[in-house]
Design a protein around this ligand. Sequence first.
Ligand SMILES: NC(=O)c1ccc[n+]([C@@H]2O[C@H](COP(=O)([O-])OP(=O)(O)OC[C@H]3O[C@@H](n4cnc5c(N)ncnc54)[C@H](O)[C@@H]3O)[C@@H](O)[C@H]2O)c1
Length: 326
Amino acid sequence: MSNILVTGAFGQIGSELIPALQQRYGAEHVIVSDIRMAPLQSPVMVERNFEHVDCTELQQILEAVRRHDIDTIYHLAALLSAVAEEMPHLAWSINMGGLYNVLEAARQYRCRVFFPSSIGAFGPSTPRDHTPQVTIQRPTTMYGVTKASGELLCDYYAARFGLDVRGLRLPGLISYVARPGGGTTDYAVEIFYQALRYKHYRCFLGPATRLDMMYMPDATRAMIELMEADGAALKYRNAYNVTAMSIAPEDLAGEIRKHIPGFVIDYQIDPVRQSIADSWPRSLDDSAARADWGWAPRFDLAGMTVDMLARLGEKVTGPEGRRAPA
Ligand SMILES: NC(=O)c1ccc[n+]([C@@H]2O[C@H](COP(=O)([O-])OP(=O)(O)OC[C@H]3O[C@@H](n4cnc5c(N)ncnc54)[C@H](O)[C@@H]3O)[C@@H](O)[C@H]2O)c1
């Protein structure tokens, strides 16, 4: 068996995708790479299988692919929506330049590629409810521009060079292992930390801002299941709509309050992130993913909230954590 390379591996997704890949394929077959060193107390096992790879440097990707006999690349390295809006030039360079380099390395070494697109690939002219698989994509953020362009570039490499490239339009991801990297849906993670510590959260999106979300165990499973699916059954290369729940801050706060009575949410709206959220779909139609490769989420709002509070509670109330008095 040959090996898997993960770029941007120390981020929110990689921190949980790496252990899932290691468990499924064996730790020796998963090569972890990032532009930065492993964060302290990283859950990712990296002793022997770490490569420093800046994805804007084609040579570094080629070298890692060659040295480790890579046949599949999960390309996670990118700047997220809010950060990309602060640094649009850098976002273009990392998100588009990095993807181009990964596709080029994959073309030369015949690797399979996973590309995580996003609900950010849609824009204000997209139908916002039950957003279809194939619809208008005119994003108005730099993040969205790189995701929509990235989908097209992946399609091009699949059609022109016969590359096996697959992708998901991921919604906001909720997780307890690593903190999110500067996206518009980060509130849905921050709220849990603040609820457990202080019983209070000040939200940067308005109470009724409904967006698609997914719990990380569902997201990592979706990525692996898509990559293991029969390629002949895939009508779309980039990228499949997937979702698990469509929720607003007031919904999430209400669910948390069922477990932490007295939890209070108030709002201080960040105009940049609010305008990004207002340009995105409220709910995706993921029927194509369900039909073509059997996608189905396991966690809804209630199930995710119970699990998040239990897992994060252990972290927050551990030696370094502080929990709000009951
Ligand atoms: N987290 C979400 O909610 C979400 C939703 C939809 C799509 N996505 C997509 O999934 C991917 C991973 O997201 P994430 O949440 O883990 O992001 P993150 O910001 O948490 O992590 C990104 C990682 O990329 C690394 N990186 C940055 N520049 C790099 C470079 N030049 N070369 C190599 N590595 C570099 C960073 O060090 C970081 O560890 C991104 O493409 C993102 O757009 C994420």
